[in-house]
Every structure is written in C-alpha cells, then in structure tokens.
Design a protein around this ligand. Structure first.
Ligand code: PBG
Length: 327
C-alpha cells in the first residue's frame, strides 16, 4: 500500500510509541572497556590522543575498576606496557608480567564481579613493535604461535576470564585452544580478533600502548581493507579452530563486515570501536563541531544495528552513564 494510505510518519509522532518500536537497543551489558596497565605505583600517565584515558599502574587500575563497576560496566580488556621488551615478546609470558599482576590484583579485589578479558599479542612486548618473532624482515607465523600460546596460558593461569588474540597469525586459535585444554583450562573462552584490518584507525592506540612497529607495517598479517570475502574465510577458520566469539576490528568503517558476519555465522560477534574512532569524536567535540553524546550513542547504535552482540569501546563508561540516566 502506498501513500496516502501508508504514512510512515504516523509511528514517529508519539515518543512513547517511537521508543516502543525501536529496533535496536544498546545495553551496558554489551560493553567492554579497554585499559592500559603500566609498571610502578600510584602512576597515571594520561594518553594525550585519547582524552580521559591513561596508562595506570596496578594499584590505580584496581581503583579505576571500582569506578567502572559503579557505572554498571562489568567487563574490561587489558593491555600491558612492560618494563622491558625483548625480540620475541617473552616478557609477556612471565608469571609476574605486568598484565598478569593486574589480573591477580583486580580479581583479588572484585572476585567474579568483573569480567577480565586479556588481549594476547606481542607488539607491546617486542623491541621492534611487531606482533611476533621476526625472520628475514617479516613476522614468522609458526614461531610466533609459540609465544602467543605461552602468553595465553600465563594470562589464563593468572585468572583471565577470556583470552583475546589480536595478532592475526594463522592457526593461533587452534594452538591457543590446544595449550589451554592440555592445561585443564578448557572452560576459558577465546574471543578471536578474527577479521582485523591493517587500519589507520589504530594510531592513538599505538601511542597508548607504545606498540608502533619500528619498521614497515602490519600488512603481511592484518587484512587488506578492500576485502570482505576474505573476512568471512578468516572468521570461518577461527570458528573451526575453536573460537567462541569472533571480533571485527575496526568497527565503523567495517559495519558491512559485521553485518555480513552476523548473517553468515551463528556465533557471538564482537566489534572493536578502536582508538582512532574514539579520538576523532573527542577532537571534533572539543572543537564544538559535534554533539559528543549524540554522536557517541549513534555510533554505539550503528554497531549494534549492524549485528554486533558485544562492543569494545573507550566510551564504555560514558555510554553507561547516559544509559543509566535514561532509565
Ligand atoms: C595489538 C592491538 C592493536 C589494537 C588492539 N590490539 C594495535 C595494532 O594492531 O596495531 C588497536 C586498538 C585500538 O586502536 O583501539 N595488536
């Protein structure tokens, strides 16, 4: 039936009705907040390109987790800034590594009232800033699987609830699953960064985590932004290897990939609203060019509408505060 019988504006007039027929809901429970843990005590180093975010020492991060829980956000994703780095990232596999320490301290204070997701990658821990062991000028896939598995095991033993490999090596989900299972950690889920693109949107994060590659780029392991079919292959393989949740990253320029993944696979989908996406909003808002709250909520809604079940975002606390206000 066409106009004038059909008038779509009829359902937009009454705000109660408008809310009633709203198709997408963002919930505080959908959100994961990334945090950066650094050595030292009582240390807070603001990340200039990410207003409101800082590198925090373990004691500070524990306090911060208290404030996060107060907003209703229950999940954090931990990244580490280590005291020293090495060629292979062994420093990330130590029982007393920086993230391992943070996990133990957060767990001790908040028990199981918080979900701790541990990012697994070598780039913050290698002297050259690449995500694995370098052989002939490129990251060697199979050698890197060894450190990723060691790092995962160590993080899971420290008490991580979820292991999230972000390195984009082939076969790492299978390898990590095997090592966790062999060590009795068969109940620890793997959230794989399945389709992670070689993106310019990671710029601020590399300042935050001190993980910029010292030479070259990540194009031999992260995906070409032109490709969508390949993302489906990546996700399919990760699921076959045992991934429990698959992630698409970044989120905003890749909403089509999120949508396609949701249509194609029957598995929870996470989307990473990355640092550059966050910083652009903050910068524009600081200039008075956009309404920050409105844009932030529109971004969250678009990621959910595209098909994501989980959103990893630096906006998590602010989004939660807004959602609580409108209750
Ligand atoms: C580590 C990693 C990166 C991000 C998450 N894990 C950086 C990269 O791949 O260079 C980016 C997160 C963000 O930009 O918010 N491999």
């Amino acid at each position: 039936m066409a106009f004038p019988v059909s008038r779509l504006r009829r359902l937009r007039k009454n705000p109660i009705l408008r809310t009633m027929i709203s198709e997408t809901t963002v919930r505080v429970d959908d959100l994961i907040l990334p945090l950066f843990v650094c050595p030292g005590e009582n240390k807070i180093t603001p990340i200039l390109s990410m207003p409101g975010h800082s590198q925090m020492s373990v004691d500070v991060i524990v306090e911060e987790c208290g404030r996060i829980l107060e907003t209703g956000v229950k999940s954090v994703l931990l990244f580490g800034i280590p005291e020293t780095k090495d060629e292979h990232g062994y420093v990330a596999c130590k029982e007393d590594g920086i993230v391992q320490k943070a996990i133990r301290a957060i767990r001790e204070k908040f028990l199981n009232n918080i979900l701790i997701v541990a990012d697994v990658c070598n780039c913050e821990y290698t002297t050259h800033g690449h995500c694995g062991t370098i052989v002939d000028g490129d990251v060697d896939n199979d050698l890197t699987l060894e450190t990723l598995a060691m790092q995962s095991l160590s993080l899971a033993r420290a008490g991580a609830d979820v292991i999230a490999p972000s390195d984009m090596m082939d076969g790492r989900v299978q390898k990590i699953r095997k090592v966790l299972d062999e060590n009795g950690l068969y109940n620890i889920p793997i959230m794989s960064y399945a389709a992670k693109y070689a993106s310019g949107f990671y710029g601020p994060f590399r300042e935050a985590a001190g993980s910029a590659p010292k030479f070259g780029d990540r194009k031999t392991y992260q995906m070409n932004p032109c490709n969508s079919d390949e993302a489906m292959r990546e996700i399919d393989l990760d699921i076959q290897e045992g991934a429990d949740i698959v992630m698409i990253k970044p989120a905003l320029s890749y909403l089509d990939i999120i949508h396609r993944a949701k249509d194609t696979f029957n598995i929870p989908i996470a989307a990473y609203n990355v640092s550059g996406e966050f910083s652009m909003v903050k910068a524009a808002a600081a200039n008075g060019w956009i309404d920050e709250e409105k844009i932030m909520m529109e971004i969250m809604t678009s990621i959910k509408r595209a098909g994501a079940d989980i959103i990893i975002t630096y906006f998590a606390k602010e989004v939660a505060t807004i959602l609580n206000r409108s209750k």
